[in-house]
Design a binder for this molecule. Structure first.
Ligand code: PLP
Length: 489
């Protein structure tokens, strides 16, 4: 992959170098005399302060060394991975957190105060939707969802004089309705507010939102950035805040330093970045373990290769599924027939990603048959793994949504979500072909008497719970459990 972008976040020695080269950039970890080429893991809670003056200088940000004091505020391993990610995303700086959910929460907490409003695409991850509606809402922050994110007039109409941020996802799941970032960024900036883009599914290998006008990028680094599925992580990547009006955010001017200046006076376009890094993120407390930071850094080194292969595999599989008689629709922006194909071609690089939805004509029984029949695909709630994964959102991640909400999210009972991995594509095609053949296969007689094909109860799709199960299903414990598990995947 030969993408060349130079920007302030790129290390001096990497200027002019392509994406894949920068992904392997020399570590920026301060030298400890051993010259390790791989990123060393600094597994320590704190850092030694030499004497009284050194302690003060580090806390005041005036020390001449790396300035680390406590891993919740920063760590050399984490800082190395942050620098590499900032370079790949074309940002000024990046902040690594313990999960993608923490990255979204910290960004929105940093931007929004009680009485403010967020304008957001309605086509976003369930966990983010829950955070906005149920938690930010409880603190007096309102949201205006844009039902058709491809319609610029709908964004324009949803912005009020209290709106302080716009939010969307570059490749939303499961609809694959690719966000027209330049258009939405233009609208946001006319209103003096930043556009935050969740770039988890596109990754900087396919799309760098900051280059298209977005101001803040967030990631679930647990997904493609890591790729191996063995660590959770999140990231915030920031462009200089020169396209939106930071003076409308009182939290950036709340505190004056010993010099009487506020962060805004002192830091100009970096005020929001500093506010996030120094205050919001450490106080929220979701610092990544240096081990997880290391694992994410390992993933970044092979990101371009993986994403290229995954996108190729996904395009082949989507085309195959679209031709199958059992399939009602395939929501993949890479298919020429997709209403989002033109936007995808305009914004995405070498590929359209590898997470998409297939809706089976046979509805729930067909989805169940395919889900249970796959052998190479793994049944699991996760995305962007090197392994291919399959999930039935209506009976799992979206269990709490009403039928109307599911319909407006484009999630029917026959919809399966695929996250395509790096396996040999012929094995993946053969697996899906044999799984589709399982649709309508007679149910084994031994378990038919039980009323469900494999001896389990039919999946509980949203709807009124009645009969003896009602009390158990609506008990506080069951509800709390469902609320915690249903949204986060
Ligand atoms: C688009 C998107 N953003 C954010 C998240 C949250 O990330 P994490 O699970 O790392 O907290 C997810 C998780 O699936 C996601 O798909």
């Amino acid at each position: 992959m030969s993408i060349r972008t130079d920007h302030p976040g790129t290390l001096a020695q990497d200027r002019g170098r392509a994406f894949s080269t920068r992904a392997l950039s020399t570590t920026t970890t301060p030298g400890d005399g051993h010259a390790a080429r791989a990123t060393p893991i600094y597994l320590t809670a704190g850092f030694v302060l030499d004497d009284f003056d050194h302690a003060h200088a580090r806390f005041a940000g005036e020390s001449e060394d790396d300035g680390f004091v406590y891993t919740r505020h920063g760590n050399p391993t984490t800082r190395t991975v942050e620098a590499r990610l900032a370079s790949l995303e074309g940002g000024d700086e990046a902040i690594l957190l313990a999960s993608g959910q923490a990255a979204v929460a910290a960004t929105l907490l940093g931007l929004l105060s009680a009485g403010d409003r967020l304008v957001s695409s309605a086509s976003i991850y369930e966990g983010t939707k829950g955070l906005i509606l149920e938690h930010l809402g409880r603190f007096g922050i309102g949201v205006d969802f844009v039902g058709d994110p491809a319609d610029p007039a709908a964004w324009e109409a949803a912005i009020t004089d209290r709106t302080r941020a716009a939010f969307g996802e570059s490749i939303p799941n499961p609809r694959n309705d690719v966000l027209d970032i330049p258009t939405v960024a233009g609208i946001a900036h006319r209103h003096g507010i930043p556009l935050v883009v969740d770039n988890t599914l596109a990754t900087p290998a396919l799309l760098r939102p900051l280059e298209h006008g977005a101001d803040v990028v967030v990631h679930s680094a647990s997904k493609f950035l890591a790729g191996h599925g063995s660590a959770l992580g999140g990231a915030i990547v920031l462009a200089p805040a020169d396209r939106w009006d930071q003076s409308r955010y009182p939290q950036l001017a709340e505190r004056t330093g010993p010099d009487g200046l506020t962060a805004l006076d002192r830091s100009g376009d970096r005020a929001f970045a500093i506010y996030l890094r120094d205050l919001v993120v450490p106080r929220l407390g979701a610092a990544p373990s240096p081990i997880n930071a290391f694992l994410i850094g390992q993933g970044l080194e092979t990101l371009a290769l993986r994403v290229e292969r995954q996108s190729e595999n996904a395009a082949t599989i989507a085309a195959f599924l679209a031709e199958r008689p059992e399939v009602a629709r395939v929501d993949y922006a890479g298919l020429p027939g997709s209403p989002h194909h033109a936007t995808a071609r305009r914004l995405l690089g070498d590929g359209c990603g590898s997470v998409f939805a297939v809706t089976l004509a046979g509805g729930l029984p067909a989805a169940r048959a395919v889900f249970d029949a796959v052998e190479v695909f793994t049944r699991m709630t996760h995305l962007g793994d090197v392994r291919s994964l399959i999930l039935h959102p209506a009976s799992t991640t979206h269990l709490l949504r009403t039928p109307a909400e599911l319909e407006s999210s484009g999630i029917g009972p026959g919809l399966l979500r695929l996250s395509v991995g790096i396996e040999d594509v012929q094995d993946l095609l053969a697996d899906l072909a044999q799984a589709l053949d399982a649709i309508g296969r007679p149910v084994p007689a031994a378990v038919e008497a039980d009323g469900s094909p494999d001896g389990r109860k039919a999946p509980a799709l949203p709807g009124p719970v009645t009969g003896p199960a009602a009390r158990a299903a609506t008990s506080p414990v069951a509800l709390a459990h469902r609320a915690l598990t249903a949204q986060e995947a």
